[in-house]
Design a protein around this ligand. Structure first.
Ligand code: PEP
Ligand code: MN
Length: 337
């Protein structure tokens, strides 16, 4: 249920309303907008229908949230969410690029790639230390050693770190090094894991599952938000279709569709979507033109010898060229880069 407060509602009136909702066993989420305060009452809405909340002082209107996702819905919050990561915002006017290797392989290659990426002005460095590989015999990541290299790359370049958490048992160690915790496509519906990151005070980049509908995607975001963490960035990375020419099929329509349904920022991962470096630039530009708030791009200083996803990784010089081209697309859609 959404309870919209009157423009001049007092602090006391607001507190009375919150207390009333909580006394009925529902949880309260307050959204302080520029104009109005909105209180979200989450739980069994039928209880509220029987209680005259709308006649309480300070209440302007009471409306049901029609969508199954509540806290992440546009109904609940009209303004776009802007996620602030130590001063760098995702979801604001500036488009953010997150770039780096698929996985952290060794210190030298990570630092080489990171320094090249940083030269473009990119604020976020990606790199997996715990890798979700299809084969148990493939490189699984360096674990904490990889996280330490990411820390060194951060110190050398000033970039923020985006890295994947696969298992709640690694939460503490990932928390120590990550600025943004990535939840991979395969774990989009790992509800225990979502609840764990929902209880943390760190931004989460949630990737769309391989065959997840938009509704399922937003319900997973709701899992995180319902535990208190509202710093969520959604990431489309292509979905499974009958097409085999590309690794996956990039669903560009997801950007405007989600923007209508949710206030959360949307980032596109063109690399895992197409699975081929030669298509990455074109779809990156399409994503920005369609309203994406950022891109997550795999870049490797030596893709031919990469231990993971080399065939879809851009070399730093190609990435730098793309970055310049993206500036022009951004400008055309009234965004900065
Ligand atoms: C990744 O970004 O490293 C990754 C494994 O992607 P996805 O979860 O989208 O497959
Ligand atoms: Mn990868």
């Amino acid at each position: 249920m959404i309870i919209v407060l009157k423009k001049g509602a007092t602090k006391e009136e607001k507190e009375n309303i919150i207390n009333k909702i909580e006394s009925l066993g529902l949880s309260v989420h307050v959204s302080e907008g520029k104009e109005r305060t909105i209180i979200g009452a989450i739980g069994d809405e039928s209880i509220l229908r029987e209680r005259p909340i709308n006649s309480m002082p300070g209440v302007e209107s009471v409306m049901p949230i029609l969508k199954p996702f509540k806290l992440v819905s546009r109904e609940f919050q009209k303004e776009d969410s802007i996620i602030n990561i130590s001063g760098d915002e995702i979801g604001g006017n500036k488009i953010q690029i997150i770039a780096g290797p698929c996985s952290v392989e060794d210190k030298e290659s990570l630092l080489t790639t990171a320094k090249d990426v940083a030269k473009t002005g990119t604020a976020f460095l990606r790199g997996g230390a715990f890798k979700p590989r299809t084969s148990p015999y493939s490189f699984q990541g360096l674990g904490e050693e990889g996280l330490k290299y990411l820390k060194e790359a951060k110190e050398a370049t000033g970039m923020r770190i985006v890295t994947e958490l696969m298992d709640p048992r690694d939460l503490d160690v990932i928390y120590k090094y990550a600025d943004v915790i990535q939840i991979g496509a395969r774990n989009m519906q790992n509800f225990r894991l979502l609840k764990e990151v929902g209880g943390m005070d760190k931004p989460v980049l949630l990737k769309r599952g391989l065959s997840a509908t938009i509704k399922e995607f937003l319900m997973s975001a709701e899992y995180i938000a319902s535990e208190g963490n509202r710093q969520i960035i959604l990431c489309e990375r292509g979905i499974r279709t009958f097409e085999t020419e590309m690794r996956n099929t990039l669903d560009v329509s997801v950007i405007p569709a989600i923007k209508r349904l949710s206030h959360l920022p949307v980032v596109i991962d063109p690399s895992h979507a197409v699975g081929r470096w030669d298509l990455v630039s074109a779809v990156s530009k399409a994503a920005i033109a369609a309203g994406a708030d950022g891109l997550l791009i795999e870049v490797h200083c030596d893709p031919l010898n990469a231990l993971c996803d080399g065939s879809q990784s851009l070399k730093p010089n190609k990435f730098a060229k793309l970055y310049e081209e993206l500036k022009r697309i951004a400008k055309a859609v009234d965004r900065s880069l």
